[in-house]
Design a protein around this ligand. Structure first.
Ligand code: MRU
Length: 351
């Protein structure tokens, strides 16, 4: 997508295959900064501290992490060790394990002399696939937006499931970008998404770059707006989807789904098929809902009047900071994926 008129992706391999360049998402919206990751350790650190984040992006970044590891040591043991430590870096988004497993399966049969080269080729292929998939998600979601006849069309989104959460185009924001390109009068309500503020810092920044009208709201405002008929639909992304259509996404998603159901407002989830976890059904779930450091809640970063950025403490008690929640299928109108839009309960049949 364009930043100040120039086209960027969230991650790109260098032509000599020795590093990847990422957009440091912890610096946004105050500073647009590119940084180089030169080793597996750099990649793991960037995922942990969320310089890269968003389910599809951490998946592809991990694939490049394996490529970087192969540059150093392409043995079976090194491959397995890299896969293990990448999977440990963030636990909830299934796309991370999905991409690591794809790399493992693809690389295992190759001779160790060829592995590094093949790893870069395949990681690049996963990145290209992500871009195409997201365009298809946009195409699948567009008719759902077009069938709502309000002008402007008021869409509420939570967290960031835009191009910054993917390689390009985004998932939840992909139909929004396509609708805007078609000239549909759109306005996006952007949940700030405490505690890390991905809505305020990332989604609002993306929409500003794309010149799409939007308004930041506190996470508690959506209910009031729904009561006032100011929300026509909700679209969010997903970090993991069960084969019976339960959606794990950024903390606060569930509350928006409850409110949307109460007001008969369509609640859409947009995600690639790689977000479906085929071992997750009903109560049977083997993944962890990531609990992040309490300081993410107790401290906040902002820009001072002189343009410098600093962090301050805003709370003094014990804090609890789970990063994701689970929305049952009954609150979801459709899951939009690269193959079309589906009733959540039937999403598993696509695998
Ligand atoms: O903690 P984050 O910022 O990685 O969480 C991101 C989300 O919850 C997104 O909504 C989700 O990954 C979908 S991204 C296309």
């Amino acid at each position: 997508m364009l930043v100040e008129g120039k086209s960027y992706r969230t991650i790109e391999a260098s032509s000599d295959l020795t590093r990847v360049t990422i957009i440091d998402q912890t610096a946004l919206p105050f500073k647009f900064e590119l940084i180089d990751l030169k080793s597996l350790e750099d990649v793991i650190q960037a995922i942990k501290i969320m310089q890269v984040r968003g389910a599809p992006l951490i998946g592809v970044t991990s694939a490049f992490g394996i490529a970087l590891a192969m540059n150093n040591d392409s043995s079976d043991q090194s491959l397995l060790d890299a896969a293990f430590s990448l999977k440990e870096s963030r636990p909830t988004a299934v796309n991370l394990a999905w991409a690591v497993n794809k790399m493992l399966e693809h690389l295992k049969p190759y001779d160790t002399n060829d592995r590094a080269k093949i790893a870069w080729l395949y990681a690049n292929e996963l990145a290209e696939d992500d871009i195409k998939t997201n365009i298809d998600i946009g195409r699948a979601g567009l008719p759902l937006l077009k069938q709502i006849k309000s002008s402007p069309l008021n869409i509420l989104t939570h967290c960031n499931a835009g191009w910054l959460a993917t390689i390009d185009n985004g998932t939840a924001l992909s139909p929004i970008y396509q609708a805007f390109e078609e000239g549909i009068d759109i306005h996006v309500w952007v949940d700030e998404t405490r505690p890390r503020n991905q809505g305020m810092s990332l989604t609002a920044w993306e929409l500003t770059q794309a010149k799409i009208p939007h308004t930041i709201i506190s996470d508690n405002t959506g209910g009031l707006l729904m009561q006032q008929n100011k929300v026509d639909c909700v679209i969010v992304g997903a970090d993991r989807i069960s084969i019976d259509g339960q959606v794990c996404n950024k903390i606060g998603t569930y509350l928006k789904a409850l409110a949307a159901k109460a007001h008969n407002i369509p609640f859409y989830v947009a995600a690639p098929l790689s977000t479906i976890d085929n071992s997750f059904i009903g109560e049977k779930k083997s993944f962890e809902i990531e609990c992040r450091h309490p300081d993410e809640l107790l401290r906040i970063k902002g820009m001072n009047n002189d343009g410098t950025v600093s962090e301050v403490k805003i709370g003094m008690s014990t804090a609890y900071n789970p990063a994701f929640d689970l929305t049952p299928a009954e609150y979801i109108t459709k899951i939009i994926c690269e193959k079309g839009s589906y009733n959540p309960e039937s999403i598993g049949t696509l695998l």
